[in-house]
Design a protein around this ligand. Structure first.
Ligand code: PGA
Length: 318
């Protein structure tokens, strides 16, 4: 029942009418309220008529000095004060939300970045434990689609798209190198020319990955092409391919981080390698950043990758 009456009121009365009514009641005058609200006098009179119709009772009557409130008018005036106070409070809270640091940091990163992002984020989290961190990982092509959806606060690429509307911050280096199993005939050779690499069976990351793009760009630049390729859909699958002795591959040095991998795989000493890439933090240049986001950029741009942080910690404290 209450809802039906409220709907009837909303159909005939509006917030603007209440605001006009509040000014008329305060001044006791349609003319002065019209001046204050920069409205024509007939517009103010019409709004007052409509509001009275909506409420179902006259709200104003002639008094000694201008207009005065009827009993119904006093009720509407009290309601106006409540409504406007509540709306002001709502507006204050919303502005507060916009200026307060967000408590969730959403990051989407390319698949190879998963080897470093937990460490980079972990170091930030230790000094900002109240921040909830969400990291999502996907290959470069999917990351670009995700970037356009705007679902995250930051995007981490090694090979960011060329897009002037993006702000980029350069992060720690991302060296790309050729790897093979320890028993590969090239394993112990110094200064291997690229022509010998492409003569080997080559394990290629999937189309859409940044790692594949880097390999294709390198081969195109040197006008060479691998003799035979097998395509495997992730860094982990490529590593398994290398361990199975399927051939050689180009990977980020970060992807071969663990001691077990290092024991069985070797970085080939190829001329002109490694490819000296970097990681980048990307976000839309027109986005307003909160204090927490600025602190994160500061942390990320200072942070450097160490594949064995726990050992270097021990070395430092020894
Ligand atoms: P990838 O991308 O993990 O898809 O190979 C690396 C990059 O960001 O270029």
């Amino acid at each position: 029942m209450k809802l039906a009456r409220l709907r009837r009121l909303c159909r005939h009365g509006t917030l603007t009418q209440l605001a006009v009514f509040e000014a008329v009641a305060r001044h006791g005058s349609i003319t002065r309220a019209a001046e204050e609200m920069c409205l024509a006098q007939p517009t103010v009179s019409l709004q007052m008529k409509k509001l009275a119709e909506g409420v179902g009772a006259p709200l104003l009557e002639p008094g000694n000095r201008g207009l005065r409130l009827t009993d119904a008018g006093r009720e509407v005036y009290a309601a106006c004060e409540d409504v406007f106070a509540r709306l002001t409070e709502m507006q204050d809270r919303v502005s507060d939300l916009q200026t307060r640091p967000p408590t969730t940091l959403r990051i989407a990163a390319s698949s190879t970045a998963k080897y470093l992002m937990p460490r980079l984020l972990g170091a930030f989290w230790q000094s900002n434990p109240a921040v909830r961190i969400v990291l999502d990982v996907m290959n470069r092509a999917r990351l670009i689609t995700r970037l356009h959806s705007g679902a995250d606060d930051f995007y981490v690429f090694s090979n960011p798209p060329e897009d002037k509307s993006l702000k980029l911050h350069r992060l720690t280096p991302n060296p790309l190198c050729f790897f093979a199993r320890r028993d590969n005939p090239l394993a112990m050779r110094p200064r291997i020319p690229l022509s010998e690499i492409v003569a080997q069976p080559f394990i290629m990351r999937e189309a859409g990955s940044g790692t594949r793009l880097a390999a294709e760009q390198l081969f195109a630049e040197h006008r060479v092409e691998p003799r035979a390729c097998i395509e495997l859909g992730s860094n982990e699958a490529v590593k398994q391919g290398l361990l199975a002795g399927l051939g050689v591959s180009l990977l980020s040095r970060h992807a071969i981080g663990s001691e077990t991998d290092r024991a069985d795989l070797v970085e080939l000493e190829v001329e002109g390698m490694p490819l000296r890439r970097h990681w980048y933090l990307a976000y839309p240049a027109n986005r307003e950043l909160g204090e927490m986001e600025k602190a994160f950029i500061d942390h990320a741009t200072r942070w450097t990758y160490d594949s064995r942080p726990e050992l270097s910690e021990m070395r430092r404290s020894a």
